[in-house]
Design a protein around this ligand. Structure first.
Ligand code: 5RP
Length: 232
């Protein structure tokens, strides 16, 4: 089975948790894209839901599939968010933001009663950090922000290259919120919750890709089948 087929399987399994009348957070990335497409099929078949997209790309996809959309300004809470991930550890700590949508993804996940993370099983790791940690930053004062980040990494026992993410045209990648992303190549994140807390205290950091305490269920699709793990 191809990686893409595994992603679609994980998306299909998460769809089983969607009920009529739900308000849904719609994730971003290639796995979440499958979920949006499958959800669109159900909507065409009469399912009544409303979604909040986590990126402009997902908004366009959802509109293409005829999924009714709203915003967090018009509703209180979401019942469920389904989103992909770049890495997931056994404690349900997650790295997200490979696609650059981490800020809206975290706002939407935090406004949801429940988050289901969907992925192929290559994303499951013992320790986070092999995937470079995306950190969304304000371009103003970037050097000061980088120095503060390096200090935080040193404090938590890490170090590594910090690379400003580039768009295809070699200019800095600009997020939907108008910010830049620094990808921190840490190799190993020994204490993800502590690192998350410290990064939150840096003024130039808008948000980072560590999702701590947000994922309630992880659906991992692999060649041996689908593994569903729920946070106790
Ligand atoms: C986007 C994300 C994605 O969910 C993450 O990068 C996984 O993407 P994919 O499903 O394409 O592997 O966080 O910001």
């Amino acid at each position: 089975m191809t990686m893409d087929e595994l992603k679609r399987q994980a998306a299909a399994r998460a769809l089983e948790h969607v009920r009529d009348g739900m308000k849904l957070g719609l994730g971003s990335g290639s796995t979440a894209k499958h979920f949006v497409e499958l959800l669109g099929e159900r909507v065409r078949g009469g399912l009544n839901i409303i979604g909040v997209p986590t990126s402009e790309a997902t908004r366009a996809d959802a509109q293409r599939w005829g999924i009714p959309l709203t915003s967090l300004d018009d509703i209180d809470r979401l019942d469920l968010t389904v989103d992909g991930a770049d890495e997931i550890d056994p404690f349900f700590n997650v790295i997200k933001g490979g696609g650059g949508a981490l800020l809206r993804e975290k706002i939407v996940a935090a406004a949801s009663d429940r988050m289901i993370v969907i992925a192929d099983d290559s994303k499951f790791v013992e320790t986070l950090g092999r995937f470079p940690l995306p950190v969304e930053v304000i371009p103003f004062g970037l050097s000061a922000t980088r120095r503060a980040m390096a200090q935080v990494f040193a404090e938590t026992g890490g170090s590594g290259q910090m690379v400003i993410r580039k768009a295809g045209n070699s200019h800095a990648f600009v997020t939907d919120g108008g910010h830049w992303i620094i990808d921190a190549h840490l190799g190993r994140i020994a204490d993800a919750p502590r690192l998350a807390e410290l990064l939150n205290s840096i003024p130039g950091v808008v948000e980072h890709g560590l999702f701590i305490g947000l994922a309630g269920m992880v659906v991992l699709a692999g060649s041996q089948g689908i593994r569903v793990v729920e946070r106790p």
